[in-house]
Write a protein that binds this ligand. Sequence first.
Ligand code: FAD
Length: 400
Amino acid sequence: MKVIIIGGGIGGLSASIAMQQDGHETVVYERVSELRAAGAAISVWSNGVKVLARYGLLERTKRVSGKMERMAYRQWDTAETWCDFDLNGLYDEVKMRAYPIARSELQSMLLDANKPAPVHLSKMAISYTTSDEGVTVNFQDGTSDTGDFVIISDGTHSKLRNQLTGKDIKRDYVGYVNFNGTIEKAHLPDLPADTWTQFVGQGKRVGIMPMSDTHFYFWLDVTTPLNTAPTSPSEWKAYLGEYFTGWAPAVQTLISKMDVGKIARVEIHDTAELPTLIDLASGRAVLIGDAAHATCPDIGQGGCQALEDGFVLQQLFRAHGLSKDAKPSIEQLRAVLANYEKQRKERTALLVKRARQRSDITHKLASEEVTNSWYEELKQEDGSGIMGGIIKTILGAPKE
Ligand code: FAD
């Protein structure tokens, strides 16, 4: 059985690892000529870590990630602590820690684990065709490849999503621009090195998360209409400095010390629930990751859901008797797809909605009143409310 995978991001690489674990032949095709992680870091929550652990990657993840023991919210200007709580209760409850990790580390870990399967670069997939015999993916350079099944993991701007769904899928702008990067912990001596600190107020947010022993990952959110934040890095310090006027010293330090050449600027988008994630008619194509359910990062679940998608496919391949030694039948493939849709569509759509609601509150995009009452809740928070929500998300993950 040969599985073609479109896109070498978190979704595509992890799905390839999952398929290879069971001896299936995989080949990854990636649009860019050089794989470089986009963005500074990512927090892999416990549900995502459990998937990495199943691929034998837990020890390496632990080694290269930040130790995140606590979470704190602080007032935007005075830095007064509104709440500050231990995350170990959450980790105990879900039986796995969360690991914030540099995207470059995660990518090289996945690439290493994916070997010896090939990752072909500079291959932009533009369409696929199916027959009783298999699926052929066509590339912009005029070449093609044929396999038994295609996993479409070409991200939020997916080229193949419209073909699979039969609809013109548009991304929706969520309402804010995220500037993210890394900073040495030594520059922020007043912030505890093991705490995910968030400064909030005025409908704005700055997050600072331990990403390794030596570095914090940080992000600054600017609520602004689409295409209004400057695109030139040389303008970012002044822009952010003005937007965050009067904010706490830690935020001023972030802005003054940031290396704009290494900052990612992302206009945050998501997609409404797709009509389908599967090509049931042919039985040979599935959408995973951001191509299937692009989300805003406000509950840190986009990458985790991409990881869950590949894991579910692996479980379903096993459950429906797909073997490395035999060609799959269309009936088997259709059964895999139908179950994938059942297990993934509702869960991922719900999390996209939940992230959007979270974003609306954080960025004062729903109403001033709602955001202000959230600030008051944070002042009363002992951690149980916030952790309860995260636990619910994590425990909703697919079981083996
Ligand atoms: P991508 O990572 O986008 O990979 C898609 C790949 O496909 C790319 O390499 C692309 O070049 C390639 N490609 C595209 N088109 C084609 C084509 N036609 N042919 C071949 N290749 C193609 N998630 C979390 O879990 N935790 C977090 O803390 C978190 N924080 C985030 C912070 C920010 C600011 C953002 C923007 C996202 C965050 N996410 C987080 C979400 C997470 O980054 C994504 O959900 C995840 O990267 C999706 O992986 P993917 O493989 O589906 O897509």
